[in-house]
Design a protein around this ligand. Structure first.
Ligand code: SAM
Length: 311
């Protein structure tokens, strides 16, 4: 493959930095691959780079309809997306912040509202919207996707000197990956994975993180939020899949309410799940002093190679 696959969107909680740790839990063989909280898809693209999906197919889901709409258009209407993105990149090079605000308020939000009024059909997500989403993501503040109470995208412009807006080679490679016959893109709630995952499949869960402390409020950045109840539902889904013989991998925060669901938890242990804490860096915090190393919880029923005596 000419271009190394990687996410073409920036995403809060994107997992590129945690990949070396997560790779230890990729199972030796993968039936179908499921990623119910796909975001920018760092693990999906990494598995493809390593030729680990092997034609068994992948189901990528997220409850962000725009994200899934954008992936479908990049997959199946790349030429139209590129044709709309190119002038945006040129205009941004000339007008920067002013261009961002105009695209966000006078073009993206009205077109998105019209699409939603027509029923928010993902097969009809316009290529122009997908292009604008990529543009706003590459140039907006920290790659956030955030909407206000009226559902309008309201992320402020970022401060980038020369943001890379149009990466034709990467988008072409990602398009081929997203449009390949075994790949399905779903707008869904994560627990739907229970309907489909079978023994031998591999599911990677990367939910929005619960805040570790009252000040580190990650949920504010993740749309409608992910409650403690959602975390409990997620734990039951992970346990049920592990009992079925599905290979599961979960990254999550070490907040006490979350860690308690997996560390020293009898149901989790009985289902064969182990939990470890690993150092991780998060970039959501705009305050550089709070950006230091934090821990992340990694839960899986796959034995890493050293534990299995392979290394
Ligand atoms: C931490 S991000 C995933 C980041 C991803 N691993 C990456 O590399 O970019 C969590 C994702 O879960 C999605 N999400 C939030 N609540 C959800 C739900 N109930 N069901 C499915 N997806 C959800 C968010 O839209 C977001 O894209």
């Amino acid at each position: 493959m000419a271009v190394k696959l990687r996410p073409f969107l920036k995403w809060v909680g994107g997992k590129r930095q945690l990949l070396p740790e997560l790779r230890r839990y990729y199972p030796a063989s993968i039936g179908r691959y499921f990623e119910p909280f796909v975001g920018s898809g760092a693990v999906f693209f990494d598995l493809l780079n390593r030729d680990r999906i092997n034609g068994h197919g992948a189901v990528l889901g997220d409850d962000n309809a725009d994200l899934i709409g954008c992936y479908r258009r990049v997959g199946h209407s790349l030429a139209e997306v590129l044709a709309a993105l190119e002038p945006l990149a040129e205009e941004h090079a000339r007008r920067g912040r002013e261009c961002y605000l105009e695209v966000r308020d006078r073009r993206f939000n009205p077109m998105r509202a019209a699409w939603r009024d027509r029923g928010a059909n993902l097969d009809e997500y316009p290529a122009e919207l997908a292009a604008m989403l990529i543009y706003l993501n590459r140039t907006g503040y920290n790659g956030l996707f955030r909407v206000n109470a009226s559902g309008e995208f309201n992320v402020p412009p970022g401060r980038y000197d020369k943001p890379k807006i149009l990466d034709r080679a990467l988008l072409t490679a990602a398009s081929q990956a997203l449009a390949s016959p075994g790949v399905t893109l779903r707008h869904w709630a994560f627990d739907r994975v229970l309907d489909e995952a079978r023994e031998g499949d591999f599911v990677y869960f990367d939910p929005p993180y619960a805040p570790v402390s009252a000040t580190a409020n990650f949920r504010a950045y993740t749309g409608r939020g992910f409650s403690d109840r959602d975390q409990e539902t997620l734990q039951r889904v992970v346990i049920e899949l592990a009992r079925r013989g599905v290979n599961v991998l979960l990254s999550n925060s070490t907040a006490a309410s979350v860690a308690g669901l997996y560390e020293n938890n009898r149901d989790a242990r009985d289902a064969g799940l182990g939990a470890v804490r690993v150092p991780a860096r998060r970039s959501i915090n705009s305050n550089a002093t709070r950006r230091g190393a934090v821990e992340e919880l990694v839960v899986s029923n796959v034995e890493p190679p050293e534990a299995a005596g392979i290394l």
